[in-house]
Design a protein around this ligand. Sequence first.
Ligand SMILES: Nc1ncnc2c1ncn2[C@@H]1O[C@H](COP(=O)(O)OP(=O)(O)OP(=O)(O)O)[C@@H](O)[C@H]1O
Length: 247
Amino acid sequence: MTELLRVQHVSKRFGGVIAVQDVNFTMRQGEILGLMGANGAGKTTLFSMIAGNVATTSGQIHFEGKLVPARPDLACRLGVARTFQIVRPFPGMTVLENCLIGTLYGSGRQKNLQAARKTCRTLLDELGLGAQADKPAASLTLAGRKRLEIARALSTHPKLLLLDEVLAGLNATEVNEALSLIQQLKQHYGLSIIIIEHVMKVLMRMSDRIVVMHDGHQLMEGTPAEVGNDPRVIRAYLGEQKNVRAA
Ligand SMILES: Nc1ncnc2c1ncn2[C@@H]1O[C@H](COP(=O)(O)OP(=O)(O)OP(=O)(O)O)[C@@H](O)[C@H]1O
């Protein structure tokens, strides 16, 4: 499969805090890559650098062979879109208008407003938000706002979707629904996905490969089975006795 993303010796320092240190991995087109790590491990900072929200202190990130600039608008035009852990809709705009912005200005920029509206309605239908399309974003439930966050990212027509804890705060039924939805969207839009998720069982189930972060470092990279059985991961997250898959 074709290489999509290359993260090379990437580090980020915020003043005296080293949030990410010398992280290296590649990702193939069509993969689902899990990003695992405890609070403060550096996962979101890594996302922010891949999405161009934050500049690297050192190292480089290439997407389809092109250097990802430290500008989210330009990274978006390359085909990278992200969600935020704390959802960021424009609350006063309707659900549809929130998506229109991405469709009109993202990587697949549609010039025609009517066509863009149609695209957004189809997308919102797929995400189960069709009935809410003309309501204000602020009126959605948490599960609805999480779906809108995904819709907003997809509206930019990305090739790589970065999902930052989109399942957090959802109940068991909502988590299962969201997982099937993500799989469907991946197939339909031919997406590659990097997912940050604290529920390990979910991450293990979804991911083709997992990169494990610990205190800003990359602890290891491997298949879910390799990660679940790795003594370093077990030591870092669960103590000596347990197995990650039992968590
Ligand atoms: N803008 C910032 N300024 C200063 N320090 C920051 C900034 N952003 C992140 N950090 C620090 O960098 C480290 C990594 O944070 P980051 O949010 O990337 O971790 P995380 O793995 O995503 O954690 P969580 O699972 O809690 O979201 C933490 O020590 C955090 O306090």
